[in-house]
Design a protein around this ligand. Structure first.
Ligand code: SF4
Ligand code: SF4
Ligand code: FES
Length: 220
């Protein structure tokens, strides 16, 4: 075990443990959208989990930082908050808000983070950025690119469930990036997805919506 200090709170943790996870387990909230504790190599795609370590030159993502002896971490400096606000607003520019029709509305991570950062959420028009917003079909669920914030959690859990060979994939680049299914048109009865739907559970913004029949099977 090693000793670190986070926001003036002394914490004991395993050397090499994930800093974001250690903070969360010790009741110190850091906004995060793309991290799962099972990840050995987090993608750090949301850029929200910034912290300052030992007064370093620039904030670092806590989900890619390993705990080491004597670390002094600040999660709440003006510089961290400013960058988090910019990153969050950028991320929201790719998210079509439709809370009334969203399965996440009662446990929405975006609303939680917005409140934490003091940002008022309001609908944006991502169509102006020229993104293809058409709903994509999988035999068991719909993929809603207009809602997807490209956190990639679905890709990770799908790979985990299928021996490293995900049935979902990220295609295109930049603002045109999309998550699509590699098994469109296949017989749902022959897909491993039928009793899995890990991607549906992992998605923080309900951008993967199961076909009602399979939503029922999933919960049996
Ligand atoms: S994920 Fe988006 S649309 Fe759904 S409740 Fe949250 S802010 Fe609203
Ligand atoms: S579909 Fe959901 S889980 Fe997958 S990248 Fe988009 S927001 Fe993340
Ligand atoms: S949680 Fe660290 S970058 Fe997204």
């Amino acid at each position: 075990m090693v000793s670190i200090i986070v926001d003036e709170k002394p914490i004991q943790a395993e050397e090499g443990a994930n800093l974001l996870q250690v903070c969360l387990e010790n009741g110190i909230y850091i906004p995060n959208l793309c991290f799962l504790k099972e990840m050995e190599n987090p993608t750090a795609s949301c850029r929200l989990c910034l912290v300052e370590v030992n007064g370093g030159d620039k904030p670092v993502t806590s989900c890619t930082t390993k705990v080491r002896e004597g670390m002094v971490v600040r999660t709440d400096t003006p510089r961290v908050r400013h960058l988090q606000q910019i990153d969050f607003q950028l991320l929201m520019s790719a998210h079509h808000m439709d809370c009334r029709n969203c399965l996440s509305r009662k446990h929405c991570e975006l609303q939680k983070i917005a409140k934490f950062l003091g940002i008022r959420l309001k609908p944006t028009k991502f169509e102006e950025l020229g993104r293809d917003l058409a709903v994509l079909k999988h035999p068991l669920f719909d993929l809603l690119p207009a809602r997807c914030i490209l956190c990639r959690k679905c890709l990770f859990v799908c790979a985990q469930a299928n021996n490293g060979q995900p049935l979902l994939r990220l295609v295109r680049k930049g603002y045109e990036s999309l998550i699509e299914a590699a098994c469109a048109g296949q017989d749902p009865e022959e897909l491993p997805c039928k009793y899995c739907l890990a991607c549906v559970k992992a998605c923080p913004v309900s951008a993967i919506v199961p076909v009602p029949t399979y939503e029922l099977e999933k919960t049996v």
